[in-house]
Design a protein around this ligand. Sequence first.
Ligand SMILES: Nc1ncnc2c1ncn2[C@@H]1O[C@H](COP(=O)(O)OP(=O)(O)OP(=O)(O)O)[C@@H](O)[C@H]1O
Length: 261
Amino acid sequence: MNTILQPLLKVENLSMMYGDRVGCQNISFDLRPGEVLGIVGESGSGKSTLLNCMSAQLKPTKGAISYNTRHDGNRDLFTEMTEPERRFLMRTDWAFVHQNPRDGLRMGVSAGANIGERLMAVGWRHYGNIRNTSQDWLSKVEISEERLDDLPSTFSGGMQQRLQIARNLVTEPRLVFMDEPTGGLDVSVQAKLLDLLRGLVQNLGLSVVIVTHDLAVARLLSHRLMVMQNGRVIENGLTDQVLDDPQHPYTQLLVSSILQC
Ligand SMILES: Nc1ncnc2c1ncn2[C@@H]1O[C@H](COP(=O)(O)OP(=O)(O)OP(=O)(O)O)[C@@H](O)[C@H]1O
């Protein structure tokens, strides 16, 4: 069988409860290689809970999540992988872009070290190569190479976010989780960042799960869209289809509220 066509990530009947409170409930879907999946919904609908479970940062109360590993095929994240194996995945095959770049960067070390550190985590040792690759990635995310030795705290919010993206993508992960990557930025900065992200995702053929409350971001980046409400997925389909012809009343409301803005 051609492994390329197999799902990279498989989520089956996933539920997460916080005591009596529902985080997310009965969620199932596959993520294929090279696919960008957008998750939208109002605040408190369960988007972050789902993203955190999928990225193994939160152990679901029920259900299964399996990942098609490079060497051992499909493995369940929680019943078949150990904690060190999950952490290794996070440093190598996976990446996580946080809404607040401060959560994804080390603010006390230089921009170059932020990028180089990820390379060292996957075994790079040659200082010159690490520095050159870090420099290349700075320019890929449109930051002047002269800023290589500067601390991220001397960067603007948009630059910090681009640095976080460089740090995450430098090791060529197969799967990238993004939590509101353009949230908290000015509209003009957002547009530029979105353009950059779209180019990188296409060129690198990344599989991405992106949580956003912004339908314009979802439309621009994602192939497929899941709409969440009260912890459940209420609509799921190709992005254009969901946004142009929403079936669920809540999605219709969401789409029409954007059109009225
Ligand atoms: N650590 C927690 N303890 C208890 N309840 C939680 C916790 N985290 C989330 N919840 C609850 O789970 C539900 C889903 O929250 P979640 O943060 O996943 O939503 P969200 O769609 O990501 O919201 P937002 O867009 O505001 O980040 C909410 O009812 C929330 O109150």
